[in-house]
Design a protein around this ligand. Structure first.
Ligand code: GUN
Length: 292
């Protein structure tokens, strides 16, 4: 069997057309969505991610600003910036690019972001809402994955899904979103013994362990849907996912490429969440809506 590609770039392009309409509708009400990106230190990968995100904002008409700190910055400087952005009415979304230098308390910094502007969905209020089954802002990468599955009409309800990875950014929220859609979910990680015992029973495999080539075709159930979240830079400079594409695409029915797969969806979901934050900022309060 030769798998069909799930083209994240093409899906993202379709979504962007809708984003532009939503930005236009907001403009007619005098609001331009605004995103503040905070970049700390000189991690070249983070630099690329933030540049990609701010370019995507420009493409759909979302205002964006970048705030940079040196690797030696003080935690209270970052906290003070976030507090000022929380209070800034032209900023609807705040993103702190991770990872932070280990000196800094990532948890404390992320908790400072107002939950209403937490377009990354990393604030505990938003993660808790996801656990409770009432998501507000969900982390962008797993949200991108379920959006892909929905748009490709891949049946999640009743499926066996295996998530490889347990991070707060991808693995854990991914599992919650699949559970919410009725999948039976197993969460593995890069140290799981006999990983193939789990993957070989899975209808859907989401690989997010950060290990190039971890998932091979021989570990998959024929016809499985394979979503590769890994973006690993190899010593030869090339990008590789967590899935060995050559062997997996001979066994899977659908598969995402790297690049051009999930990465494009992550950025699209950040834009979606920022526009949603702007829309909510002018929506009627819940009480007023409920009493209508
Ligand atoms: N680092 C890796 N992925 C992400 C992400 O989705 N958001 C942020 N802020 N940092 C990241």
């Amino acid at each position: 069997m030769t798998a069909t590609l799930i083209d994240g770039a093409a899906i993202a392009r379709e979504l962007y057309a809708d984003f532009k309409q939503r930005v236009k509708a907001l403009a007619s009400r005098g609001v331009r969505p605004g995103l503040a990106a905070i970049l700390i230190g000189d991690n070249p990968v983070s630099e690329v991610y933030v540049r990609t995100k701010t370019r995507a904002c420009a493409e759909v008409g979302v205002h964006s600003v970048e705030h940079r700190f040196g690797a030696d910055c003080l935690e209270h400087e970052v906290i003070e910036l976030i507090e000022s952005l929380n209070a800034n009415p032209v900023i609807h979304g705040i993103l702190v690019q991770l990872p932070l230098p280990p000196r800094l308390d990532t948890g404390r910094i992320l908790q400072t972001v107002d939950a209403r502007k937490d377009v990354d969905g990393f604030n505990w209020n938003n993660l808790g809402a996801l656990v409770a089954g009432h998501p507000r802002f969900s982390p962008c990468t797993p949200l991108g994955v379920v959006t892909m599955l929905d748009r490709e009409k891949i049946a999640v309800e009743g499926s066996n899904a295996v998530v490889i990875g347990r991070s707060v950014i991808v693995g854990k929220p991914m599992a919650l979103m699949l559970i919410a859609r009725g999948a039976t979910v197993t969460v593995c990680n890069s140290k799981t013994r006999e990983l193939q015992e789990y993957t070989s029973r899975a209808d859907i495999v989401v690989a997010a362990a950060g290990k190039p080539g971890l998932v091979k075709g021989s570990m998959l159930k024929p016809g499985a849907v394979v979503i590769d979240v890994g973006i690993n830079r190899l010593p030869n400079g090339k990008l590789a996912g967590d899935v060995d594409f050559a062997s997996a695409s001979r066994v899977a029915s659908r598969i995402t490429p790297v690049p051009g797969g999930v990465g494009r969806m992550t950025v699209a979901m950040l834009i979606a969440n920022t526009i949603t934050a702007a829309e909510r900022s002018i929506a009627k309060p819940y009480a007023a809506r409920a009493s209508r």
